[in-house]
Design a protein around this ligand. Structure first.
Ligand SMILES: *Cc1c(COP(=O)(O)O)cnc(C)c1O
Length: 435
């Protein structure tokens, strides 16, 4: 796992010169290694869906797709991305609590399976499918009444906008009679995110499989697919340990083998976002100024939380620091050798808000304008989960690196592009009324 979490090797200075900063750099080899590690945990018979929510770039998806990933999407743009990348409909799941009728129709037209999050959604899907003369294949997303421990964000055992309550799904719903243009083919559950404890994930998987089996029995369908969710985490903060993949593998394989013995015709799948792309990405910013305020050292960089909102501190009120390092200087070695003394630095971005703090009071070697800083574990929930238009700097360039080659995979947004969406209305400054 440590190999999966280290700073990916890349010529960051050359990349910064060629593509400018701020910049996201992703390592294709790392993406492949993370995918391979996940597949090793669940075994070859368990498909892994990549949640594009974590990183919606088509090239990132294409790397994972080539490695064997399927796609879990939640918007028309995400669906278009994976279709454009050549994914067949049977390898796509469309999920989300507020699907539009258009999204539903496009899924039905392509034969993409929908994960249904409410009974009223079944009404809409049924009507649309009947009108189009097709049979809609859907999975029922259950909101389990149990909760998973050790997750950053829990999704079960509480009132939620996601899925259908377990209690409802454990009463016969007369699926075929009520929704005759719908074929229920499976069950989906997603229990939480940022899980770093293998025993929780294993217990979770066991419980979901048991619940899905009960639901299928009550509703009278043979599940083709049970998606047990995922939520595997990567450590960001001090005190967090990486997921023990060896422990997870032993437990998951046992649970899956147990289930398959009784249900040889059901495919069990998992879905992962953060785990697959987080460790591959580095957010690269350049130090513009250094200054001291009341004894505290600040490095002001050219990029901040407008591109990396997660760095503010995921779901916590207290600022917690993502791993950061000076790029192109072997600071760790230098520090150990005593060549370079570490100092306490707070790194902030260009936004006019005190919240634009990338890291607070971390130990770094002396910084100077022009230095490059890399925030590691930044390949998931980066630009797409950040307020890129706050203060109108626009979204940064994104680059994919494979060995000694590098390609732009997202252009930096220009002022022209940002302003292109705005319309100067005549109502803003009406012409003076002639007297
Ligand atoms: C967000 C989400 C994921 C991905 O979560 P990660 O923690 O990034 O792996 C998967 N499934 C569902 C339903 C989600 O909402």
């Amino acid at each position: 796992m440590n190999d999966l979490l280290a700073l990916p090797a890349a010529p960051y200075h050359l990349l910064a010169e060629r593509f400018g900063t701020p910049l996201y750099v992703y390592d294709a080899h790392r993406l492949e290694a993370s995918f391979a590690a996940a597949q090793q945990v669940v075994g070859p018979d368990t498909p892994i869906y990549f949640s594009l929510k974590a990183n919606p770039n088509i090239s990132i998806y294409a790397v994972l797709r080539a490695a064997g990933a399927r796609a879990e999407v939640s918007s028309l743009a995400e669906l278009t991305t994976v279709l454009r990348a050549g994914t067949p409909a049977e390898d796509i799941l469309f999920l989300g609590p507020g699907k539009s009728e258009k999204e539903i129709r496009v899924c039905l037209a392509h034969g993409v399976r929908l994960v249904v999050e409410s009974l009223s959604e079944l009404d809409v899907i049924d009507l649309a499918a009947a009108g189009m003369g097709v049979r809609a294949a859907v999975l029922l997303r259950v909101n389990p009444s149990f909760q998973v421990k050790g997750s950053g964000l829990t999704m079960g055992g509480a009132p939620r906008q996601f899925g259908i309550d377990e209690e409802i799904l454990l009463r016969p719903l007369n699926l075929r009679r009520r929704w005759s243009a719908v074929r229920v083919v499976g069950v989906h559950a997603y229990m939480g995110t940022r899980m770093l404890a293998a025993p929780s994930i294993i217990a979770n998987t066991h419980q979901i499989l048991a619940l899905a089996t009960r639901i299928a029995a009550v509703q009278g369908f043979e599940p083709e697919l049970i998606d047990v969710g995922g939520g595997w985490g990567v450590p960001y903060f001090e005190g967090e340990s990486p997921l023990d993949l060896a422990e997870l593998e032993v437990g998951m394989r046992a649970v899956l083998a147990d289930f398959r013995r009784d249900h040889p015709h059901t495919t069990v799948a998992t879905e992962l976002g953060r785990f697959l792309t987080g460790p591959s990405g580095v957010y690269v910013t350049r130090v513009r100024w250094v200054k001291t305020s009341l004894g505290q050292r600040f490095a002001v960089t050219d990029g901040g939380t407008n591109h990396h909102m997660a760095a503010v501190g995921i779901g916590s009120f207290v600022k917690r620091n993502f791993p950061v390092e000076v790029l192109g200087r072997d600071s760790a070695v230098a520090a150990v050798a005593g060549d370079e003394e570490l100092e306490e630095w707070t790194v902030t971005g260009p936004l006019c808000t005190p919240n634009d703090t990338l890291v607070r009071k971390v130990q770094l070697p002396p910084l100077a304008p022009g230095d490059l800083l890399g925030i590691r574990q930044s390949g998931a929930y980066g630009p797409s989960a950040s307020p890129g238009h706050f203060l109108s700097h626009g979204f940064p360039a994104e680059v994919l690196v494979r060995g000694d080659r590098a390609d732009l995979i997202a252009e930096p947004e220009t002022t022209t592009q940002i302003l292109a969406r705005q319309i100067l209305s005549p109502l803003a400054a009406p012409a003076p009324v002639a007297r």
